[in-house]
Ligand binder design. Structure first.
Ligand code: PMP
Length: 300
């Protein structure tokens, strides 16, 4: 994530990442009371561009507000800091991690008066690689959306993600697929889930998911291509009739799913609607004309 020359941003300064420090007496460390984002920049014909910067920083503001954590920088300021961070580190294709946390010593269970903003960036390939994934329906459910604001990207929510993902990997799978409290498919530990049936795409509606910015982009790309996207509740049983599936997220981008609980989808990912949309997504994030010029190739 960093070398001896990497610079990170903290509260107005760019400092050497390997010297960055924080107190051990914070609510963020003890209670998971922090908020973060996962953003990517791509090298485009016009130079490095932060993909969907406004959407990510609006979500950061929403997340902070949802848990009562102050955030002192505007969306425009946050975007400016991001471009500076990329430039100072000579990064073009990069993953960017802003973190808003309680930095003052405070052990009580009341909201803090102030917060700190940390931002780091590093070169990071597709988080789950390129190969289609073997998923396991996790015995760990998504957290109850009536107990925590699940649409906020809160650090503590990711304890659920870490245990579900580690469990699936320990069983020999690539990643977990989590259900909500009612038994409907929700999402992965760090990505949304779509499946394909009868030439249409299906994905879980708002409720027990983080409505990903990539998910929104995929819905738009699909609709532009005349592919219907149904946001509906479905159980793992519905996947028996699916011909393909994929996961979406800033870190994973668009990655195919080969099987769920050993049940394989009939088509290879590259021949599914998801495979087509994954190509469109790459063209879009890398900018320029390619996205417009790519001919529509409906495969189902
Ligand atoms: N769900 C969860 C739980 C996530 O952590 C992420 C990654 N932020 C996503 C979905 C995908 O969101 P996005 O497309 O905004 O990265």
């Amino acid at each position: 994530y960093f070398s001896s020359t990497t610079l990170a941003y903290i509260d107005g300064d760019f400092i050497k990442a390997d010297g960055a420090q924080s107190t051990l007496y914070s609510q963020s460390l003890h209670y998971g009371y922090a908020v973060f984002e996962g953003i990517r920049a791509y090298n485009t014909p016009q130079g490095p561009r932060v993909f969907k910067a406004r959407e990510h920083y609006e979500r950061l503001h929403y997340s902070c507000q949802a848990i009562g954590l102050p955030l002192h920088q505007s969306v425009a300021e946050l975007t400016g800091i991001t471009y500076q961070l990329l430039e100072r580190n000579g990064l073009q294709d990069a993953y960017i991690r802003p973190l808003v946390f309680a930095a003052e010593p405070h052990m009580g269970l009341t909201t803090p008066a102030s917060s700190s903003l940390f931002m780091a960036a590093w070169a990071w390939g597709k988080y789950l690689g390129d190969k289609s994934l073997r998923l396991l329906v996790s015995p760990y459910q998504r957290p109850n959306p009536k107990a925590v604001p699940l649409e906020a990207k809160v650090a503590g929510h990711y304890v659920n993600s870490i245990i579900a993902s580690s469990h699936a990997k320990a069983q020999g799978y690539d990643e977990a697929l989590l259900l909500d409290g009612e038994g409907f498919v929700a999402e992965g530990p760090g990505a949304n889930f779509f499946f394909e049936k009868g030439g249409e795409l299906y994905t879980a509606p708002a409720g027990s998911i983080l409505r990903g910015i990539t998910r929104n982009t995929i819905v738009e790309l699909a609709r532009e291509a005349g592919i219907r996207v149904r946001e509906e509740f479905f159980t793992p049983d519905a996947l028996k009739e699916a011909t393909g599936a994929f996961m979406t997220g800033t870190a994973v981008e668009v990655v195919g799913v080969a099987s769920v609980n050993e049940q394989q989808f009939s088509k290879p990912f590259s021949e599914t609607l998801g495979g087509y949309i994954a190509e469109r997504y790459q063209a879009l994030v890398r900018g320029g004309d390619l996205a417009e010029k790519m001919p529509f190739r409906k495969t189902a």
